[in-house]
Design a protein around this ligand. Structure first.
Ligand code: GDP
Length: 365
């Protein structure tokens, strides 16, 4: 999974990016982290994984990872090539979801590019650039499809659809709020890869005082929540500055620090939860002496496709999945014990994998 961090200058993007990658990069050793300073790999915190790793005395415990891209340089006019302009927009096209950082903290020492704090105006400034960029893509596609639409019924249908998407964006809407009418439309929309069709998580960056009650007393945060509700986006409240301090601490200190602030989880954990929820993701586990590992899949994925996450051969040669719930396994004390109690199930190709399943795949090579 790849998340792109966007937002106006001076809203706390780099602070957030640095804290996330520092806090989450401990066990991740990915060489490209050091090549591109704007890309960070964060491991997904998962308590189950560590417990399962201890249970098996695994030599290696491998968490799922999220890749973050710090997409700086968006200013008004980016779609017209100002700032890093189109380079910036190209980077966003590759991500699965956008983390849109909005400033909800007051601080006279930190200049706001537009003078005062107004998160909805900020969001709309950025979204407008994304809309402009999408409109360019649509226009290019319309020009192409128009040529064949006269002879080709499919193309004619697509053209009608394209005009509808265009009108929707021209009214200032995001593609993600467009209601498609059939599978063809979904498929077309997917091929355009529009920026405004990507799921968004708004990160409301608040002052330290506002973090304990999750921004409940901050009118800017309320405004962002209302705005996001209208487009099925997630909102999470964070204090980037605090996160940066937290990222410097070791595990025990971190827990104490969070408790002092009245928090139960770090910003990284919150963000991971929000992104999994937004993208409809979950994890299953594989476990053994050599390696215990978490794998990220879409909710509703069937056993062979889940196996395919590990290796394409596993999917092709899929025979069955030996499945046990992670908690059942731990409670029984051993795999054999879980088997004796009938808690290890044999599942076939139609089995829908569940969150927390520990799976052993049987396959033909
Ligand atoms: P970017 O331009 O969006 O990447 O913003 P930066 O992360 O560089 O932050 C801009 C300034 O705002 C820096 O001086 C940060 O220390 C400060 N800043 C970031 N987050 C917070 C916050 O939560 N509270 C306060 N008071 N300042 C912050």
């Amino acid at each position: 999974m790849k998340l792109g961090i966007v937002g106006l200058p001076n809203v706390g993007k780099s602070t957030l990016f640095n804290s996330l990658t520092k806090a989450g990069a401990e066990s991740a050793n990915y060489p490209f982290c050091t090549i591109d300073p704007n890309v960070g790999v964060v491991t997904v915190p998962d308590e189950r994984l560590n417990l399962l790793g201890d249970f098996y005395k695994s030599k290696k415990v491998t968490p799922a990872v999220i890749e973050f891209v710090d997409i700086a340089g968006l200013v008004k006019g980016a779609s017209k090539g100002e700032g890093l302009g189109n380079q910036f927009l190209a980077n966003i096209r590759e991500v699965d979801a956008i983390v849109h950082v909005v400033r909800c903290f007051e601080d006279s020492n930190v200049v706001h590019v537009d003078g005062n704090i107004d998160p909805i105006r900020d969001i709309e400034t950025i979204n407008l650039e994304l809309v402009f960029s999408d409109l360019e893509i649509l226009e290019r596609r319309i020009a192409k499809v128009t040529k064949t639409a006269r002879m080709d019924k499919e193309a004619a249908k697509e053209l009608t659809f394209l005009e509808r998407v265009k009108a929707h964006l021209e009214e200032g809407n995001l593609a993600i709020t467009l209601e498609t009418e059939n599978e063809d439309e979904d498929a077309w929309l997917a091929t355009y890869n529009l920026l405004t069709a990507k799921p968004v998580i708004y990160a409301a960056n608040v002052a330290e005082d506002d973090i304990a009650d999750d921004g409940g007393n901050n009118s800017h945060v309320q405004a962002v929540r209302e705005y996001a509700a209208g487009q099925n986006s997630e909102v999470f409240v964070i204090c980037a500055q605090i996160e940066e301090e937290i990222s410097e601490l070791d595990e025990d200190e971190r827990k104490m620090f969070l408790e002092d602030l009245g928090l139960t989880e770090s910003g990284l954990e919150k963000l991971v939860r929000a992104s999994y929820h937004l993208l409809g993701l979950m994890s299953f586990l594989t476990a053994g002496e050599d390696e215990t590992r978490a794998w990220t899949i879409k909710i509703g994925t069937k056993a062979p496709q889940a196996a395919g996450k590990i290796h394409t051969d596993f999917e092709r040669g899929f025979i069955k999945a030996e499945v046990v719930n992670y908690q059942d396994l731990l409670d029984c004390g051993s795999y054999a014990g879980a088997r004796e109690k009938g808690l290890v199930r044999m599942e076939g190709k139609d089995y829908v994998v569940q969150d927390g399943d520990v799976i052993l795949f049987r396959f033909n090579v």
